[in-house]
Structure formats: C-alpha cells, structure tokens
Ligand binder design. Structure first.
Ligand code: ZN
Length: 157
C-alpha cells in the first residue's frame, strides 16, 4: 500500500521552490542607427535596425503582490534607459566620419550588438539598483536582437 501523502500540493511546490528561483521577462523595441568603422562588409555603412531587447529580472515573489516586480515599474525603469538610444545614431568615437555626421553619438568601441548589449545591461542594472538597494529584484539577462535572427546576450556572471 502506498504511503499516505501528508503535505498539500502547494506545500510541495513551495518546498521545491527553495531550490530554484523566479525570473520575469519583458520585451522592448526601438529604432536606432549605427555604423561599424572596422567592418569589411556592408555594416561599415551608416544604417539602422529595429532593435528588440529582452530584459530578464530575477527576484523573490513579494507575498503581498504575488510579483517579482510590477511590469509597469519595469517599464518605467527600462524606458528611461531606452529613450537615450531611440532614433539616435551611434558610431565608434574613433570613426573619422564622426566629424561629418554631427548628430552621431560617440560610442566607446564598435556599436555592435555585443557591445550595445553590454552597455544596456550595465545601464539597466544601475537603474534597477537605484530603485532597489537590496539584492532582489536584480537584472539577470539582457538579450539584444539586431535582426530577427541575430542577437547578443549578456548574463550576470
Ligand atoms: Zn547594423
């Protein structure tokens, strides 16, 4: 005869949760121009992409709200970061064309998906830290899509 179960399903789930964690993910998109001064192909040209970014935040579920973080609050924080990139043109600050395109914003290094994802991770992390001094919620991952098929991901190490 099978042993009688003494815990409820919810208690089982909560016990299991001690060994895992919860993340929430939100997606954003904007238009941006860039040019890669060291690229041998067409990315050398000044051109634009419809960038898409996934932001993944890790945290404890607040027992009162049932949430890691309210999505509208996530939006407030992330949109304050994205507004500095939306409809802007970023070029390597060493690119000699910077002198000709005065509207271009100087970027430290090549504004590739990888480097942009790094900067966006860093700035998003700071913005979340400004709101939450403690360790939760915290930024876990940023994935930046330059096209539907090409993306770069930065993970917290
Ligand atoms: Zn490009």
């Amino acid at each position: 005869m099978p042993k009688q179960k003494t815990t409820t399903e919810m208690e089982d789930i909560l016990a299991e949760l001690k060994y895992s964690f919860v993340t929430i993910t939100r997606e954003y998109s904007w238009e941006m121009g860039h040019a890669l001064m060291n690229h041998k192909g067409k990315c050398y040209n000044i051109h634009g992409h419809n960038y898409r970014m996934e932001v993944e935040i890790r945290g404890d579920i607040n027992p009162n709200t049932g949430m890691v973080m309210d999505f509208s609050q996530v939006d407030d924080i992330i949109e304050s970061v994205i507004i500095k990139y939306d409809h802007k043109l970023f070029m390597n600050k060493k690119d000699p064309r910077m002198k000709l395109v005065q509207e271009a914003y100087p970027f430290e290094g090549e504004p590739t998906a990888e480097n942009l994802a790094w900067v966006l991770f860093y700035k998003t992390d700071l913005a979340i830290d400004d709101e939450y001094a403690n360790d939760t919620p915290r930024l876990e991952r940023v994935t930046l899509y330059e096209t539907d098929k090409a993306s770069a991901t930065v993970l917290r190490s």
